[in-house]
Design a binder for this molecule. Structure first.
Ligand code: PGA
Length: 249
């Protein structure tokens, strides 16, 4: 049985004090949750204060990106050891906004995934198709290729521990959600590609989230599907009440 995982991707929202307030609101709302892994991913500059606010709670701390090198002359970048020292456990990698606006490639996402694992960080690797790709009928081809490239070179146990987030790009921040059946069908295809690249055992263990306008009103329908193991939540993660409703689907 795969344990569901719901992660809030705060994107470029919330100052340090706002992050602290949101966390302080979330902690009591989610205190009784044991059957779902809960993660919040504030912006980098708020990580230290978020870690302090989360201390002793059942909510894990994640970030939205990191660099694949361990240190060095990479102006403006953040190294994995910096995150580990602050208590970060998860790192979102290859989000479509990073691929679209910051030139991230499958190769770079693979490098980051390997480095994250090396440092004991759990990667949440994002994959997803554009509207044009969906309309051209090549969704499965696109997302399975992204999956295989992201996981390239990992051992079976490393791959089984990665979290994948299937996020159709046309559904992100648009209010439009993939239907639960469509999302499940694509996620099943992604799982099949993991089986092809690794084994049935890895495919059975790897957790695959859905992301793209997941919210209190549609979460239960999506989570009822057999292949959907959780959600990566943008907009609905910015309000404590909405996020806690999603977590308690
Ligand atoms: P959304 O964002 O929930 O606002 O659509 C999801 C994401 O981009 O991770």
């Amino acid at each position: 049985m795969r344990k569901p995982i719901i992660a809030g991707n705060w994107k470029m929202n919330k100052t340090a004090s706002e992050s602290k307030t949101l966390i302080e609101q979330l902690i009591p709302l989610l205190a009784d949750v044991t059957e779902v892994d809960v993660v919040v991913c504030p912006p980098f500059v708020n990580v230290e204060s978020a870690a302090a606010a989360l201390k002793g709670s059942n909510i894990a701390l994640g970030v939205q990106n990191m660099h694949y090198e361990q240190s060095g002359a990479y102006t403006g970048e953040i190294a994995p050891s910096m995150l580990v020292e602050l208590g970060v456990q998860y790192v979102i990698l290859g989000h479509s906004e990073r691929r679209q606006f910051f030139g991230e490639t499958d190769e770079g996402v693979n490098k980051k995934t390997r480095t994250a694992i090396e440092f004991g960080l759990k990667p949440i690797v994002c994959i997803g198709e554009t509207l044009e790709e969906r309309e051209a009928g090549i969704t499965n081809e696109v997302v399975c290729k992204q999956t295989k490239l992201a996981l390239l070179g990992l051992s079976e146990s490393e791959a089984a521990d990665v979290v994948l987030a299937y996020e159709p790009i046309w559904a992100i921040g648009t209010g439009v959600t993939a239907t639960a059946d469509d999302a499940n069908e694509t996620i099943a295809a992604i799982r099949a590609s993991v089986k092809e690249a690794f084994s049935g055992d890895v495919a059975a263990k790897i957790r695959i989230q859905y992301g793209g306008s997941m919210k209190p009103g549609n979460v239960s329908e999506l989570m009822a599907k057999p292949d959907i193991d959780g959600g990566l939540i943008g907009g609905a993660a910015l309000k404590a009440e909405d996020f806690s409703k999603v977590v308690k689907f």
